[in-house]
Design a protein. Structure first.
Length: 264
């Protein structure tokens, strides 16, 4: 019930830090999403986001009317990877349970390591060190990996490691990700979802995408190109990640937010 109440709260709150209805903690809402525009970063082989203005004017009827057409690949900007993206027969975008998209966050900060190595991969030792400092990553946790890569957004060369497109661009990708050993560790913990503030949960030079394959085989979805993870504490925040509900989709644009409760 708490999960559905949180969804309702998103529709009720008109501004950041608005007073929540009774029964929910007062807190600060943090937007963890990049906006979508001509600057939005996509995979080098993907179709970028375009917005076509249909109307933005006063009408003969005396009122203003705005409407646009949009077009883009599923996987770009802040987005959801549904498990079917790399695991046949697993959940499509519309079939990812809400329970996997809403939950308590564990934010694993590896920004110092990523700053030293563009091809850094989060491994099991980093997860074990996090647990030593903050406690066990339990079943049902949403694990967010903070590399601070979002500080480079929307500079494609710094964020992706290249401005090239097509297969040549893919060959020159350099950004941090999650090692397959860590993916297996997280899958055994039965976490709800895994997110990262880079273009992919697999690091840029991955050829086999094993992190995707391991997690998605267990129906664990991923959030990619997440923003502003530096604003979250290591523990204590609640994540609400609601993607566009694309029937039979392999992913889709994502609005992801976090609630940080005020101290009681």
């Amino acid at each position: 019930m708490r999960h559905f109440t949180l969804i309702l709260l998103l529709a009720i709150l008109a501004c950041r830090n608005a007073s929540p209805p009774g029964g929910l903690p007062a807190g600060t809402w943090i937007d963890l999403s990049h906006d979508f525009s001509a600057e939005t970063i996509y995979w080098p082989t993907a179709r970028p986001f375009t917005l076509e203005v249909v109307s933005a004017q006063q009408t003969p009827g005396g009122y203003y009317y705005a409407a646009n057409n949009i077009c883009a690949a599923e996987h770009g900007g802040t987005h959801l990877d549904a498990p079917v993206h790399f695991a046949e027969g697993r959940a499509t975008t519309d079939r990812v349970p809400l329970e996997r998209l809403i939950g308590e966050a564990a934010v694993v900060d590896v920004s110092e390591e990523a700053a030293r190595d563009r091809d850094y991969r989060l491994g099991v030792p980093a997860l074990e060190a996090w647990e030593t400092a903050h406690g066990r990553i339990g079943e049902g946790t949403i694990v967010l990996v903070r590399t601070d890569w979002s500080k480079f957004w929307p500079d494609k060369e710094r964020y992706l490691g290249t401005t090239k497109t097509g297969n040549e661009g893919v060959a020159n990708l350099h950004f941090p990700g999650i090692d397959s050993t860590a993916a297996a560790w997280l899958a055994k913990r039965n976490v709800k979802a895994v997110g990262i503030d880079t273009p992919s949960i697999d690091y840029g030079q991955s050829q086999d995408f094993m992190t995707h394959r391991i997690l998605f085989a267990e129906n664990i979805p991923a959030f990619e190109n997440v923003a502003s993870l530096a604003k979250l504490p290591a523990t204590g925040s609640t994540i609400v990640a609601l993607p566009m509900k694309i029937k039979n989709g392999s992913g889709g644009p994502l609005r992801i937010v976090a609630l940080i409760p005020h101290p009681s």
